[in-house]
Write a protein that binds this ligand. Sequence first.
Ligand SMILES: [Fe+2]
Ligand SMILES: [Fe+2]
Length: 352
Amino acid sequence: MTTQQVIFTEVELLADHTMAEPLIEGGVRCHGGFDDAGAYVSPRTKHRVPAIEAWQAQHTATFGTDVLHVPLDTWPEHVPNVAQARHLIKAGVPEPLIATLTRIGTVEGFGANIRFLQPGDMQTHFDEDIRGTAIDHLGRGLFEAHGRDEAGWEEEAGHKDMWFAARDVAFETPTAKIDVDAMLARMGFGQPGSGPGGIDLERALPDDIDMNLELIANLMIRVLFIEVQAFHTFAWAEEWLSDHDLVAGDGRAADLVRFIRADETPHVGYLKTALTEMRDRTWIGATGKKHKGAEMIGTLWDRGLEQSLGAGRAQTRKAVLGEVEHWCLQHDGGADILAEFHTLAADAEAAA
Ligand SMILES: [Fe+2]
Ligand SMILES: [Fe+2]
């Protein structure tokens, strides 16, 4: 046991630091802000960040195991790549990039669904004590903070609208000229149950494991994979959005992406911590039968990873490349622009 505080109220986990200045971009009041030294401060991190560190330290002290690690290079780089993004903008076809930023913002908004999970009394599912763990705080602040970060809360915009603001800064409010709903529909959003926000209800765990517990662990794993992969997207977007010759806004769009990236760190942190706590505990089924947490988490993990690297990735690629084709072919010389676009992907693969 450590002497750090490990039990927090929901109010504490949702509390902001005192900000010297708010974050306002393009007239949009965003969450987070700046400290006295002008450094960006993520929202709702006053207690949430030290809490995650304390739970991790307590877990390692109690169980002697490390918090699980998900390397970024589990996933390939962003599609399109930076060279392809530059090429499209320079060739006068920025719309696929506008579509991509719109798509990312929309997916971020779906992340708010995590707050609808109802963990209830999680202790009933585990043999070992869960007091002072991330598991015990999922329904008491952690899911809610995550949802607010993604979709916004009250008058403050979250990641969804921050990505849209970055798009509007870089491309000078392009949505005045583009039918965004049609764009999202082409990329597979909008039909009920479709898109990356859908929840897979097919069971993978033994029948006596509580269905709600499986749903929660499964969604947490899937969201963790999306969150880690997003760091490829941030690096990609920051690189070309910071190019003053390529896009408008003098680097302000890239700054917004940098702020969003900073906000994601506690998401990855609490998800990894709670999944580790579940992995190292004994799960109790409805019949009283005991199951090894490592097997339960391992089963969901393997299935989730296969989906993420397979069908999930294929779906995103198809949506993005479909948009590239759609817009290129409406331009004079579009076939050549498209051919060069594909060459640039092949170049990157050859260099890798
Ligand atoms: Fe986010
Ligand atoms: Fe996130």
